[in-house]
Design a protein around this ligand. Structure first.
Ligand SMILES: Cc1cc2nc3c(=O)[nH]c(=O)nc-3n(C[C@H](O)[C@H](O)[C@H](O)COP(=O)(O)OP(=O)(O)OC[C@H]3O[C@@H](n4cnc5c(N)ncnc54)[C@H](O)[C@@H]3O)c2cc1C
Length: 407
């Protein structure tokens, strides 16, 4: 595959990092490459936080500063400004997951998302925020609705109508509050011209998340694209789901916003399927996931008149493939219906080289109190816990750049 640029230029990739910061990143990636350390750390840390052991300082100085933009919204500002200097935008990601403070906590999370939207609108460099429906809905309620949806047949929306009948009065009222929170967030975002990316989560709660996202897209993605649903291509049913969503978009005359990811819950998904004895929703191997992911990119670019896509990946090939397809079609890399994104602290070689080539690209920038972002940090540590693959690649780029600077 040939494009005019590659991701090998480490000078571009790390221009925003000082030598000291690069050395710190090297130390972190090396530590995360130690599988034993990560296994031990990810099991002990949530427990230590719960029992208020004094480890926050250590977390703050290490893994937190690598992957998180700050503990408060205000602390993300200098990070976003630094990215902006290299034409990289920021997607603010308020790190609450599965709140445990009941309805009051969910209302607070909703208000916080709205505060983030207003803040993003006041900044020149923050076009999107991301949300997690589990931040403002009870997991068990989503799980029950998802289960009822599985018991009926027909289109997702028809099954949804039928499934709602299974709710008690109390559950119906609770679901209505969830819907209202989602509506409020999307209304505010649309008004302020900020895009809302709805994160995808575990398959056993994902159907209601998809339903809500589609309903919001039907309302707010008319003249512009305000809402994006996330499609996890490690699932074997998602390419056809992408096609179904496009049909719905054409039928209801809205632009389909999609964030394409491979998926972050593979181990958990497989373990649950095994334990409960159902067919795993995840592809049998990485090659099949890669095949569907790249097919997803091609499908979106082929339907740009109805789809706006975000390529959210650290995979070199997939990002280059998207650029190549755009070029073949004579489309600009900053076309309003394409955007690229990587997580803050990872794959700078992709982000900053894409930005240098004029692509529209951003970093997912999580923020929040340390205790709230622990699940996110544990996922990053696990993802980087093998010196082969992604971590090895991060390390080799950092080493290459340090050597270049020394020379
Ligand atoms: C901006 C951004 C937003 C994201 N938002 C979400 C989100 O909302 N929801 C979510 O779930 N994830 C999300 N992710 C994480 C994403 O799903 C991946 O876990 C992560 O990006 C790694 O995949 P990759 O495409 O970057 O690269 P790669 O390193 O090429 O792929 C790794 C991924 O491939 C898949 N895989 C690995 N081994 C196998 C195997 N044996 N069989 C089948 N599949 C395999 C897994 O999904 C694994 O995570 C997001 C990532 C980014 C960059």
């Amino acid at each position: 595959m040939s494009t005019d640029f590659s991701f090998e230029n480490t000078e571009n990739a790390f221009a925003y990092k000082s030598n000291a910061e690069l050395k710190k990143a090297r130390f972190l990636f090396k530590s995360m490459g130690n599988a034993f350390l990560v296994k031990w750390g990810t099991s002990i840390t949530p427990w230590a936080i719960r029992f208020k052991l004094p480890i926050k300082g250590l977390i703050r100085k290490t893994i937190f500063s690598q992957f998180v933009g700050g503990e408060t919204l205000g602390q993300t500002a200098p990070v976003a400004r630094r990215l902006a200097a290299y034409h990289v935008k920021a997607i603010l990601d308020y790190g609450v997951e599965g709140g445990n403070d009941g309805e009051r906590g969910f209302d607070q999370a909703c208000e916080e998302f709205i505060r983030v939207i207003h803040y993003a609108a006041s900044q020149p460099n923050i076009p999107f925020i991301s949300i997690k429906v589990t931040g403002f809905a009870r997991f068990e309620l989503l799980e029950k609705l998802d289960h009822s949806l599985d018991l009926t047949s027909g289109s997702l929306m028809k099954r949804y109508e039928a499934a709602l009948a299974d709710f008690s009065d109390g559950e119906s009222a609770e679901w209505e509050r969830v819907r209202r929170r989602m509506l409020k967030i999307c209304e505010q975002a649309s008004e302020k011209n900020i895009g809302v990316l709805v994160d995808a989560e575990e398959t056993w709660i994902q159907d209601p998340v998809d339903v809500l996202s589609i309903q919001m897209m039907a309302s707010f993605n008319k003249e512009k694209v305000s809402v994006y649903n996330t499609v996890q291509l490690y699932r074997h049913d998602r390419l056809s789901f992408l096609k179904d969503m496009l049909e719905a978009a054409i039928l209801k005359d809205f632009v389909l916003g999609v964030k394409l990811v491979r998926g972050a819950y593979m181990e958990k998904e497989r373990a649950r399927a095994l334990e409960k004895n159902y067919l795993s929703p995840i592809h049998v191997d990485k090659e099949t996931t890669d095949r569907d992911y790249n097919a997803g990119i091609a499908f979106c670019i082929d339907h740009f008149d109805h789809i706006a896509a975000i390529v959210a990946s650290h995979n070199d090939y997939s990002n280059l493939y998207a650029v190549k397809l755009l070029k073949e079609k004579g489309l600009a890399c900053d076309h309003p219906h394409i955007h690229f994104s990587q997580l803050f602290g990872m794959s700078d070689h992709i982000t900053f080289n894409l930005a240098k080539a004029g692509c529209s690209v951003s970093k997912y920038l999580p923020f929040g109190p340390i205790e709230d972002v622990i699940p996110y940090l544990m996922r990053r540590a696990e993802e980087n816990s093998s010196l082969s693959g992604q971590t090895g690649r991060e390390l080799s780029f950092i080493n290459k750049e340090l050597r270049r600077r020394m020379a």
